[in-house]
Design a protein around this ligand. Sequence first.
Ligand SMILES: Cc1cc2nc3c(=O)[nH]c(=O)nc-3n(C[C@H](O)[C@H](O)[C@H](O)COP(=O)(O)OP(=O)(O)OC[C@H]3O[C@@H](n4cnc5c(N)ncnc54)[C@H](O)[C@@H]3O)c2cc1C
Length: 387
Amino acid sequence: MLTTRDHEYQDIRDAVRDLCASFPPDYHRRIDEKLAYPEEFVDALTKAGWLAALIPEAYGGSGLGLTEASVIMEEINRSGGNSGACHGQMYNMNTLIRHGSEGQRQRYLPKIATGELRLQSMAVTEPTAGTDTTKIKTTAVRKGDRYVINGQKVWISRVQHSDLMILLARTTPLDQVKKKSEGMSIFIVDIREATGKGMTVQPISNMVNHETNELFFDDLEIPVENLIGEEGQGFKYILTGLNAERALIAAECIGDGYWFIDKVSAYAKERTVFGRPIGQNQGVQFPIAESFIEVEAANLMRFEACRLYDVGQPCGTQANMAKLLAAKASWEAANACIQFHGGFGFAAEYDVERKFRETRLYQVAPISTNLILSYVAEHVLGLPRSF
Ligand SMILES: Cc1cc2nc3c(=O)[nH]c(=O)nc-3n(C[C@H](O)[C@H](O)[C@H](O)COP(=O)(O)OP(=O)(O)OC[C@H]3O[C@@H](n4cnc5c(N)ncnc54)[C@H](O)[C@@H]3O)c2cc1C
């Protein structure tokens, strides 16, 4: 199936497809069944330089933009894989590149580019604050040349497969700031040094094979030089990273959507019931065709969000809209795919049920559909703030 934007970024698409061909769906299925981490796949992506796409050439990366990074993520999901194992590195990197000091960039980026270090984790969500991020309770209090961290995070992904993590914590209490988005800061946490020395990691068993955890901080000490940017401005910095994350996840959903449509179209041509291929029935054709149209439309918004990000223009609205459209479209494609596989849609060997579970996540994380709708209602349409 050739899609509207397939002719673009052909070199990247071909190279990533080649690499992914060595990790066919049964590789990802076995990893899923064992609830394992796709080490060999992530290593291969790292060695080929794909996970360093956003790192400037001066620091050992390939200096590509978010658009190219999103094509890499799309192709991984389109091949039957799941970028969720490694996408954190892409958007976390951007936070460090855009807001880190020169010293921090020199210290971390070249090692991330070679794969010596992994920066796969970002800790924002907390059990009591939920989506209301400004209410986070994790605090960072400066004591001499250290910050002392106390609090709790939840749903923090890839901590067990990362060396570094970006942490959001309050440095000024909420009742002492003019705007509630002020007074939060971001830090680089060295997971290897922190685990067991003030940070406890508690894995959360969940619906997808996605390594995610609860984190408990009890007087974790981190050096002051691990503060990224200015103290108190962390929420603003995190938002830049979140826009990149939304655009990248939109691309992953686009990849999922095309995978479902390819898979179900092939099956519907072959599966014969009542003496004809099931795909000959309009009742089967139309949901597939409709979800293809929706994935194609979402794809245009994804490229627009990436374009704006790459030229340094505000892209919050487009990144959010792209993520909502793409997550909905991939979910519709997933539903058509599982439905028209009949009982076989539920058999692990077809990979449909695995991809179905994986793509469902993106209606909720990294931001729920409702919160995107309220963002657009308030910030684009000027409707009264609802919360
Ligand atoms: C597998 C997985 C991996 C994750 N990885 C990470 C990670 O690495 N780092 C990290 O920081 N976080 C991570 N998250 C957290 C994720 O970003 C949050 O789960 C998500 O943002 C929703 O927040 P919440 O779970 O606190 O839901 P809540 O804020 O409790 O909201 C629950 C639901 O209520 C509805 N809702 C809430 N408020 C409103 C409102 N005002 N108007 C309308 N509807 C509303 C929404 O539908 C929402 O889905 C992950 C989550 C999952 C499931």
